[in-house]
Design a protein around this ligand. Sequence first.
Ligand code: ADP
Ligand code: ADP
Length: 231
Amino acid sequence: TTKMTARDVNVFYGAKQALKNVSIDVSRENVTAFIGPSGCGKSTFLRCFNRMNDTVDSAQVSGRIQLDGKDIYSPDMDVVQLRARVGMVFQKPNPFPKSIYENIAYGPRIHGLARAKPDLDIIVESSLRRAGLWDEAKDRLNESGTAMSGGQQQRLCIARAIAVDPEVILMDEPCSALDPIATAKIEELIDELRGKYAIVIVTHNMQQAARVSQKTAFFHLGSMVEYGDTS
Ligand code: ADP
Ligand code: ADP
């Protein structure tokens, strides 16, 4: 089942063209890796999928990107809602400076998925379990998320994305700030999440792409120069 499709996407930052006529489909069946040297447009393309590019980076985006057949750049698209359906995990883990519990409960509460404490408790536990963090977090739910190790913080950010029931999870070099053991845990987790969410991961690391992805898109100077099964 195809989740997101991008067709003939062009992105400009002012006069500078950062992305040239790029198209792709992403689905739950495959983890898709965006690979290529620094500055080739990987992040720019990823940030088109949740509208960070035009709303945060002031980029000019043309072409068509659809989520479940609906154009995400149409004027009636609710961008706050879109950000829940298309979650994002950044290079530097960025938990809220709040308790571990609140990091997870905040999204479901503001999106109206749950209000009562028992319902939120269930979402907190299931999200942390899915992110492989429950055993480490269950006895410290009231401690600050920022007090955790880097790898735990990144899994907390993944749990936070999961908590609002996304269809797509975007990851922008999610392991670059982590040590090898924490990196291996995230890679394992990505594999476990495959099939549940359409996952797109930006990496400049070919070995990582080979370990976590089934589809690879290679970028060079703003163009997608190759796409196919990860070998
Ligand atoms: P990558 O993720 O492959 O390293 P980026 O998508 O970050 O590449 O950048 C692609 C090109 O667009 C680069 O030349 C970069 O300097 C430029 N760029 C990225 N973000 C911005 C921005 N917010 N404003 C202006 N130029 C940008
Ligand atoms: P990465 O290396 O992870 O792709 P960058 O260091 O290129 O990230 O970019 C970090 C931030 O700076 C991003 O928000 C990006 O949009 C912005 N940025 C990148 N290049 C430029 C640029 N030439 N002008 C303005 N902002 C930029």
